[in-house]
Design a protein around this ligand. Structure first.
Ligand code: MD3
Ligand code: FE
Length: 217
């Protein structure tokens, strides 16, 4: 039993939990604008559909991905990069919807990063069994800018590690509507997502979606 003695509760069901200097989980932060977010997510996916990308090593990722914003994160046999063009559609990625941008900047501000200006939003879709192995997010230029992660749909467990791949990890359960801000000394920590368990979410069915907002350029 963990006593959350230092949670900063502003409204019922909304609480901020520190994950150490630079990182915080804002439980339920995305719920107030849930309908607008899901509508915006639909509009992005209509223009740039989910696809399973291939790693430089030739493995098909179990997580399906798309992007919105000026830049999108892509991987293929040639490597990882941020690209202004969706390689599937050969068009620019869809614009970052206003409700996405507002959510990301207000969450960052709440966590102590008042000048966050994301230009990229990677959208991950997990089906049961899909996972993300331990990795660092280091394809961005400016590590003083945080990353904001928004969880939607089925619950999952994040793995939060250290500055080396072999450092011990802690498990962080995340639910629909939770937002996590990773910045400062936590920005380059190893992290991953445990294989998604089966289930059905009332609004999103048998999937988990995660939005990560980044300043890439
Ligand atoms: C910890 N996505 O897309 S962000 C990713 O649930 C990714 O799909 C996760 O990792 C997902 O790259 C959620 C979790 C995250 C992101 C950045 C971090 C954790 C972090 C930076 C430092 C430490
Ligand atoms: Fe990551």
């Amino acid at each position: 039993m963990t006593l959350r003695l230092f949670d900063d509760i502003t409204e019922p069901g909304l609480s901020k939990e520190s994950l150490g200097t630079g990182a915080a989980i804002l439980h339920g932060f995305a719920l107030a604008r849930e309908a607008a977010l899901l509508e915006a997510l639909n509009s992005v996916v209509e223009k740039s559909p989910f696809r399973h990308m291939v790693t430089p090593g030739g493995f098909r990722m179990s997580v399906a991905m798309t992007n919105c914003g000026v830049l999108g994160w892509v991987t293929d046999r040639t490597g990882y990069r941020y690209d202004p063009i969706d390689p599937e559609t050969q068009r620019h990625w869809p614009q970052m919807p206003q409700p996405f941008l507002e959510l990301a900047t207000t969450a960052a501000e709440d966590a102590g990063f008042p000048a966050f200006t994301p230009d990229a939003c990677l959208v991950n879709r997990y089906e049961p069994g899909a996972k993300l192995s331990l990795h660092q997010d280091k394809d961005e230029r400016d590590f003083t800018q945080p990353i904001v992660s928004v969880s939607l749909g089925l619950p999952a467990v994040f793995l939060f590690g250290g500055d080396k791949r072999t450092d011990k990890t802690t498990r962080i359960p995340v639910a629909h509507g939770d937002v996590i801000v990773w910045g400062g000394p936590k920005r380059l920590r190893y992290h991953g997502v445990m294989p998604l368990k089966d289930g059905s979410h009332a609004l999103l069915g048998g999937y988990r979606f995660n939005l990560t907002f980044r300043k890439a350029a």
